[in-house]
Design a protein around this ligand. Structure first.
Ligand code: UD1
Ligand code: MG
Length: 473
C-alpha cells in the first residue's frame, strides 16, 4: 500500500545519446554486466520507490524489452515520441502517475553510479521546501548545468552550460540531474515550461527556479563519483572502472580475498562466499557464483558458472554456463563450454575442452583432450590427447564412460559409444564398438621390431641425399 511517505520515481531514458556515437540506445550500454539504465531503476527501488516510470523514446522497443526482462510490475514505461528536452520527458511520465499525490524523485537513465543513500538524503532534504536536488563540486564542470545561488547562498536556479555566461561557467557546483518534489508541484511547473533557451528544448532544470520562487529549493551535495553522467564512451569506461572497484571492495569487506581491487572485473550479479580468493585479472560475469574457499586464479574468465566450495581454478581457465564441484581442480588453460557439469574432486588439466559433459566424483582428464557430449563415471581416467568424436557432420552423439574405466592416451571414441565399468582402452585405440565392462579394447596395428634395420635405412637415405647433391653440382 502506498502511504504518505511512499514515493514514486521517474527515470528519463528517451534521449538518443548522440555523443555515444552508437547504434544502440545510450541507456542500454552496459556496465558490470547490466544495462546502464538498470542502475538508477534499482537505486530507486532499493531506496523504497513504490513505482518507477521509465520515459522511453529513442530505441523504444529495445529499452522496453530490457526493462521487462529485468523488473517486475513496479517498473512501467511512458513514451516520449519526440525528444523535446528533459522537462518534456518528465512531463510525458505524469499521466502514468495520475492520482499519485506523494513525492516524485526524478533521475536520469545515464547516471548509473548513484547510490540509494543519495536518494534517501535527497528525500530528507525535501522537508520544508518545495524541491530538493543533488549537486556536486566538479573539477571540470563543462557540459553540466551550473547551480545559481543568491547572496545568502540559497539555490535560485540552474543555468545550462550552453546558456551560461562566462561568469556562470566559472561556477563549479553542478546539477546532478536528480530531484525530489511533490507530484502536484511537478504537474504545475512542468506544464509551465518554455523552450526559450540555447537548445530550444524544455529544460527540466527550469523547475528549480520555479520551486525557489515558491517554497524554496534545497541542494544536497554529493560526491562527483556517484553523480557523474555518462554521455560518451570515455565516461562510460570511467564509470565502469568506479563501479568495478566498488563491487570489488564490497566483496572484500564481506570476507572475500580480492588480491587487486583494481583488477577484479566482477559483474553486479555475481555472488561470492567467504574465504574465496580472486586473483588479479579475473573476470566473473553474469550470474556466476563462487563458493566458500574456492580460488580463482589469474586471468580466468567465468560466465554464468557455479564454482562449489574449495574448488581451484588455475590460471587462464575459461568457462561458461557450467558447474565445478567441491574440491575440483581445473586448468591452467582449461576451457569449460556450456553444459559442463564437473563433480567433486574432478581434475581437468591444461588444454582440455569440455562441452555438455558430466564428470562424476574423482574423474580425471589432465592433459590435451576434447570431451564433448560425454557422460563420465566416477574415478574414470581419461588419458592425454583423448578425443570424443561426437559429431558426424549432421548430429551430435554421446560418449558414455562407466565408472572406473581407463582411457589410454591418444584414443578416439567415435560416438555414440559406451565403455563399460572398469574396462581398459589401450593407448592409441580408435574405439568404434562398445567395450564391455572389464574388457580391454585394443585397436591399433601390432608392433613389429626389425633388428638392425635402422642402420641400413640411414645408409640408404644418406646415399640418395649425396647423389642428389652431386647432380646439382
Ligand atoms: C542534464 C541537465 C544538466 C545536468 C546533467 C547531469 C537538463 C536540461 N540538463 O544535462 O543540468 O547537469 O543532466 O547529468 O536537464 N532525455 C529524455 N528526453 C529528452 C532529453 C533527454 O528522456 O528529450 C533523457 C536522456 O535519455 C538522459 C537524460 O534525460 O538519460 C539527460 O539528458 P542529457 O541529454 O544527457 O542531458 P545533459 O546534457 O547531460
Ligand atoms: Mg547527460
Amino acid at each position: 500500500m502506498e502511504n504518505r511517505a511512499s514515493f514514486a520515481a521517474i527515470v528519463l531514458a528517451a534521449g538518443q545519446g548522440t555523443r555515444m556515437k552508437s547504434e544502440r540506445p545510450k541507456v542500454l550500454h552496459e556496465l558490470a554486466g547490466r544495462p546502464m539504465l538498470a542502475f538508477p531503476v534499482e537505486a530507486a527501488l532499493s531506496a523504497g520507490a513504490t513505482r518507477v516510470v521509465v520515459v522511453v523514446g529513442h530505441g523504444r522497443e529495445e529499452v522496453e524489452a530490457a526493462i521487462a526482462a529485468r523488473f517486475d510490475e513496479r517498473v512501467t514505461t511512458a513514451l516520449q515520441s519526440e525528444q523535446r528536452g528533459t522537462g518534456h520527458a518528465a512531463r510525458c511520465a505524469l499521466p502514468a502517475l495520475e492520482g499519485f499525490e506523494g513525492d516524485v524523485v526524478i533521475l536520469c537513465g545515464d547516471v548509473p553510479l548513484l547510490e540509494p543513500e543519495a536518494i534517501d538524503a535527497l528525500r530528507g532534504a525535501r522537508e520544508g521546501v518545495e524541491l530538493s536536488l543533488l549537486t556536486c563540486r566538479a573539477p571540470d564542470p563543462k557540459g553540466y548545468g551550473r547551480i545559481l545561488r543568491d547572496a545568502r547562498g540559497a539555490v535560485v536556479g540552474i543555468r545550462e552550460h550552453k546558456d551560461a555566461s562566462e561568469a556562470e561557467r566559472a561556477i563549479d557546483e553542478i546539477n546532478a540531474g536528480v530531484y525530489a518534489a511533490p507530484a502536484s508541484f511537478l504537474r504545475e511547473s512542468l506544464e509551465a515550461l518554455r523552450a526559450d533557451n540555447a537548445q530550444g528544448e524544455l529544460y527540466l532544470t527550469d523547475v528549480v527556479a520555479a520551486a525557489a520562487a515558491r517554497g524554496g529549493a534545497r541542494a544536497v551535495t554529493w560526491s562527483i563519483e556517484s553523480v557523474g553522467g555518462v554521455n560518451d564512451r570515455a565516461q562510460l569506461a570511467e564509470a565502469a572502472a568506479i563501479l568495478q572497484r566498488r563491487i570489488a571492495v564490497r566483496h572484500a569487506r564481506a570476507g572475500v580475498t580480492v588480491r587487486d581491487l583494481d583488477r577484479a572485473y566482477i559483474d553486479a550479479g555475481v555472488t561470492i562466499e567467504v574465504d574465496a580468493v580472486i586473483e588479479p585479472g579475473v573476470t566473473l560475469r553474469g550470474e556466476t557464483h563462487v563458493g566458500r574457499g574456492a580460488r580463482i586464479d589469474v586471468g580466468s574468465v567465468l560466465t554464468d558458472v557455479t564454482v562449489l566450495p574449495g574448488a581451484y581454478l588455475k590460471p587462464y581457465t575459461v568457462a561458461s554456463e557450467s558447474r565445478v564441484g567441491e574440491g575440483a581442480q581445473i586448468g591452467p588453460f582449461a576451457h569449460l563450454r556450456p553444459g559442463s557439469e564437473l563433480g567433486p574432486e574432478v581434475h581437468v588439466g591444461n588444454f582440455v575442452e569440455t562441452k555438455k559433459t558430466s564428470m562424476a566424483r574423482g574423474a580425471k582428464a589432465n592433459h590435451l583432450a576434447y570431451l564433448g557430449d560425454g557422460v563420465i563415471g566416477e574415478g574414470v581416467n581419461v588419458g592425454a590427447g583423448t578425443i570424443f568424436c561426437n559429431y558426424d557432420g549432421f548430429q551430435k552423439h554421446t560418449t558414455v564412460l562407466e565408472a572406473g574405466c581407463f582411457i589410454g592416451s591418444d584414443s578416439q571414441l567415435v560416438a555414440p559409444i559406451k565403455v563399460g565399468e572398469g574396462a581398459y582402452v589401450a593407448t592409441g585405440t580408435t574405439v568404434t564398438r562398445d567395450v564391455p565392462a572389464d574388457a580391454l579394447a585394443v585397436g591399433r596395428a601390432r608392433q613389429e621390431n626389425k633388428e638392425g634395420y635402422a642402420g641400413r635405412l640411414r645408409r640408404k637415405l644418406k646415399a640418395s641425399a649425396d647423389a642428389a647433391k652431386a647432380k646439382k653440382g
